[in-house]
Design a protein. Structure first.
Length: 557
């Protein structure tokens, strides 16, 4: 019977996870904003000095014998399954209904929905793994041993590999919980201290590929953080609800800056009851806080969650509050570089979801103990997460469905591979994010640099009002300059330049031998390529045009 009790939650959350992704499992790729999978997972990707190197390496190895589209769907399944089952395991209650509710709430909510619709696969994998990491942290402090050190080190390494954003959340949780636990259990200080040193040493060894460069101010993570500035905070600040404002929007697990971009259906738009349901979640959490403090139930964890969730709410609101604290946030981000990793502070709502799930479970258990005849209430509460975020059902309200890359993309890839020389290929239109017809006309990150085997130069420009780009690649700036001359007749210094630009000759210095023009977005604005005397069409389909730079061989690098 006990064995069945352990297996049933696994079956339940696995079945529900599969039901959620069922409309997505037919052949093809799920392409949505940042989640752009190509037939062949590229290598080397990501860089060795990146936290995600381990994740990228695992995906590359899996791609050796599993199709990339299947890997993508397995990862989608794991996001939901790990979230639900992990939270079910974590919550410190015995009542089954309360534990199922916690798992459902952590699994199905606006934060997960909106982030998935914008394709933030790594972040959500980290979100799903975090309950297991929290459980490992609790076990480490309660039972410090080589076994608990090894388990926590491995889980922590995978968390960092999935989502670098969790490095800060993880560190804050570990420090706050550890401090509180030691203060309440001072007799264990010596033993904890000994194994803590072993843990830190092992964690460093497992993550030395990126920690060592960061300590020297080098590596991909250090570079990314150093490139962020006030423009990022403004561009990616949290957003408020038009009727209820910012704070309630964040507490309701909304506030993602993408809500105002029109890329997906807001769950608010199909659920007019969302404010009332949000109040229920908040109320249950507050009751859970009362129960935890009064009964001193899992006190170190409860106090940690209270402190961390308040900090998360504060930073998630951030500069969007637009009050006297705004300058303080700008100052903090400037003086404490690691905080720049939270340029999009609404990601901290992940902590609030965790807090709601755990404290709501404590509240539900207490209510059902006191009012035994209200078991039906516990059962009805299980439906609230689905009612709150109905847009996660039916293929995410029909917004996501598998697609295939056009045959012409494979044809062009073969043409480029048959050219044995070393060269670059330039992809137009020059946008990092754009609508592709074959991707259900959704806005996605340009997949060309990952799809084509030969090196392809693509844009890395956000093109947002507050933030155009962080791109400092010389060859990209060269292309930007040429496009500015073609469009405006002036260079970056405002000096008039005769037109038209001889693009083939102008691109030879940066080793561009081919140009791919995808017939998507504003591709008509690039028809000037046909007027360049040293560009020749060598292939055309309804999806794209391939030009060869006839000047390339005349001026090789």
């Amino acid at each position: 019977m006990k064995q069945l009790d352990k297996i049933l939650p696994i079956i339940f959350f696995a079945a529900l996870s599969f039901a959620i992704i069922l409309p997505l499992v037919s052949p093809g790729y799920i392409l949505t904003l940042d989640m752009v999978t190509t037939p062949k997972i590229p290598v080397p990707w990501p860089r060795l000095d990146a936290p995600s190197f381990l994740f990228g390496g695992i995906l590359f190895l899996l791609n050796s014998f599993i199709e990339a589209s299947m890997i993508q769907k397995i990862l989608l399944f794991l996001i939901f399954f790990l979230s639900g089952w992990g939270m079910y395991r974590l919550v410190p209650v015995k009542n089954i209904l309360a534990r199922y509710f916690a798992g459902l709430l952590y699994m199905i909510n606006p934060f997960v929905y909106e982030r998935l619709m914008d394709g933030q696969l790594g972040l959500l994998l980290g979100f799903g793994l975090f309950p297991f990491v929290v459980s490992a942290i609790l076990n480490f402090f309660k039972n410090p041993s080589l076994e608990s050190v090894a388990g926590l080190s491995i889980l922590s390494t995978f968390l960092f590999a999935f989502a670098g954003h969790y490095i800060l959340i993880y560190s804050a949780f570990f420090i706050i919980f550890g401090t509180i636990f030691v203060l309440l259990n001072q007799d264990k200080i010596t033993n904890i201290g000994k194994y803590l040193l072993i843990f830190l040493g092992l964690l460093f060894i497992l993550n030395a590929n990126w920690i060592a460069p960061v300590l020297k101010g080098e590596g991909e993570l250090a570079y990314a953080i150093s490139s962020f500035d006030s423009r990022d905070l403004i561009a990616f600040q949290s957003v408020g609800d038009r009727q209820f404002g910012l704070i309630f929007n964040i507490l309701s697990l909304f506030g993602y800056w993408g809500e105002n971009e029109g890329r997906f259906i807001l769950s608010k738009e199909v659920n007019s009851l969302w404010p009332a349901i949000s109040v229920i979640f908040i109320s249950l959490s507050l009751v859970g806080v009362y129960v935890a403090i009064k009964k001193r139930k899992s006190l170190p964890l409860s106090l940690t969650l209270i402190i961390l969730s308040l900090l998360s709410l504060d930073f998630a609101c951030g500069i969007a509050l637009n009050n006297s604290s705004t300058s303080t946030f700008f100052w903090l981000y400037e003086k404490i570089p690691i905080l720049r990793g939270l340029r999009e502070p609404q990601k901290l709502v992940a902590v609030i979801v965790l807090t709601y799930a755990i404290f709501s479970a404590l509240a539900i258990e207490e209510i059902l103990v006191r009012f035994k005849k209200m078991a039906y209430l516990g059962i009805s509460l299980l439906f609230l997460p689905l009612l709150y975020t109905p847009t996660m059902l039916f293929g995410f309200f029909g917004q996501l469905r598998p697609v295939s890359y056009p045959k012409s993309w494979f044809t062009v890839d073969q043409i480029l591979k048959e050219d044995r020389k070393d060269f670059k290929t330039l992809f137009f239109p020059w946008h990092l994010y754009m609508k592709f017809n074959f991707a259900n006309n959704r806005i996605i990150v340009n997949p060309a640099s990952s799809f084509f085997e030969k090196p392809v130069l693509t844009a890395q420009n956000y093109e947002m009002k507050a933030l155009y780009s962080h791109d400092e690649r010389p060859e990209a700036l060269h292309v930007e300059g040429l496009l500015k001359i073609e469009k405006e007749g002036t260079n970056f210094f405002g000096e008039a330049v005769p037109r038209p630009v001889n693009f083939g000759q102008a691109l030879s210095p940066i080793d561009v031998k081919y140009i791919i023009l995808g017939k998507d977005e504003d591709w008509g604005a690039y028809r000037f390529l046909d007027e360049s005397p040293d560009l020749g069409r060598i292939f055309e389909s309804k999806e794209l045009i391939l030009y060869r730079n006839l000047s390339w061989e005349e001026t090789p690098l």
